[in-house]
Ligand binder design. Structure first.
Ligand code: NIG
Ligand code: FE
Length: 387
């Protein structure tokens, strides 16, 4: 049986209560990997023998990032829309229909290659677990094929047929809701683990979102919600009421939203790439953390509101713009994301967890926010395999 010892780790982020502080830090540590799992964690001087040894050279090692929110199956881009926004146009989500047109026209191979490119781009930046949503097909066939392609890259796949009402159903949104809950859900189910809905003015209202999420839950899918992104709304309360694993964006919250999240198992997933790329006010992470809410950070990678696949970039934004400490941001990008996907085998460095690890080109996790925009991810191990 082949074993790999990662030795001479200057700072190990474990997210485990045995270590120091909120990140469970260990110094001068080593990690033993046996096949795709972590088999031992401890001080370097106690390290067991192994078939192979990787010298981290005193650098920081972290669990791989868990990006729990990404829209990667699409064709084309919307750079012109971004430029118009930077010249003063507001973001409304209306551009989603542009990407739907391009995605419907693309071949399976084109979509697969575009998705793969983004998955590899994310991986090079330290993402070892990624959630991928559909949502740019918006027909039964196009949503099912988007998820079939997404499944080639991850087990964390989400049906977002309820992204917006497509133009051909604009005269009767409830007809589209029935299609999502009926034939689309049935066709997507073999490839989807989660059901999501964009609960927002201009997308789906509370009744429609409840109908869609309930159908997903009845079909055995876990629930996630896009809520309170562009303005106040019912998304957060609905997510909590239905026991969703995560409610994402959470930019416009009132006290009752924060209280509801604090008393629930629903993770608040913050997506600062979206506020960056739409030049909007960032969510108040401090308020959520101080209320005891579990917070995750994710990229929201998509061609409209956040075309970044970089978790380090999101960490830096969260620290600079959302009043998170570097430790809180790193925890949210690893353990927080795992919580948002209800996974206990990722986002931690502990015995039995997946051997998903990042070796930084830096001595400490602090550098992820301290050195923004710098490629600090030196080595990525996924399932014990160097990428
Ligand atoms: O999460 N909010 C809805 N959906 C995406 C944006 C999609 C797009 O603009 O293409 C988001 O920000
Ligand atoms: Fe999104």
């Amino acid at each position: 049986m082949s074993t790999l010892l990662i030795d001479n780790i200057g700072e190990l982020v474990t997210n485990d209560s045995n270590g120091e502080g909120p990140l469970g830090l260990r110094r001068k540590a080593a990690v033993l990997v046996e096949r795709e799992r972590i088999a031992w964690v401890g001080p370097s001087f106690h390290a067991p023998a192994a078939d192979r040894r990787f010298d981290a050279g005193g650098a920081a090692v972290l669990p791989g990032f868990v990006d729990s929110h990404a829209h990667l199956v699409f064709a084309g881009d919307r750079a012109e829309e971004f430029a118009a926004r930077m010249a003063g146009e507001p973001y409304t989500g209306g551009g989603i229909r542009t990407t739907v047109g391009a995605t419907r026209s693309a071949s399976d191979d084109e979509l697969r290659q575009a998705t793969e490119r983004l998955v590899l781009e994310a991986r090079q930046q330290g993402t070892t677990t990624i959630e991928i949503k559909s949502g740019y097909g918006l027909t039964v066939e196009d949503e099912a094929r988007s998820l079939r392609i997404a499944r080639e890259f991850t087990e964390e796949t989400t049906l977002l047929g309820a992204h917006v009402v497509p133009a051909e159903h604009a005269d009767n949104p409830w007809r589209y809701v029935s299609m999502v809950c009926g034939p689309m859900l049935a066709a997507a189910k073999p490839y989807a683990k989660w059901m999501d809905v964009f609960c927002e003015r201009g997308a789906f209202d509370e009744d429609q979102a409840r109908t869609i999420l309930t159908a997903g839950r009845d079909a055995g899918l876990g629930l996630r919600v896009h809520g309170n992104q562009l303005g106040p709304g019912p998304g957060v309360q609905l997510a909590v009421e239905l026991g969703a694993a995560s409610v994402d964006h959470c930019t416009h919250l009132d006290d009752s939203d924060v209280d509801a999240l604090a008393g629930s198992d629903t993770v608040a997933t913050l997506l600062p790439g979206a506020e960056f790329s739409t030049r909007s006010t960032y969510p108040d992470a401090r308020r959520l953390l101080d209320a005891g809410v579990t917070v995750a950070l994710a990229t929201d990678c998509n061609p409209g509101s956040s075309y970044t696949s970089s978790m380090p970039f999101c960490i830096a934004l969260a620290v600079r713009e959302m009043r998170m400490t570097p430790a809180e941001a790193v925890r949210a990008a690893t353990l927080g994301g795992a919580g948002a996907l209800r996974r206990s085998d990722v986002g931690v460095v502990s015995v039995g967890a997946r051997a998903d690890l990042i070796v930084l080109d830096a001595p400490s996790h602090l550098h992820l926010a301290y050195r923004p925009g710098v490629p600090l991810i030196r080595t990525v191990l996924r399932n014990g395999v160097p990428q």
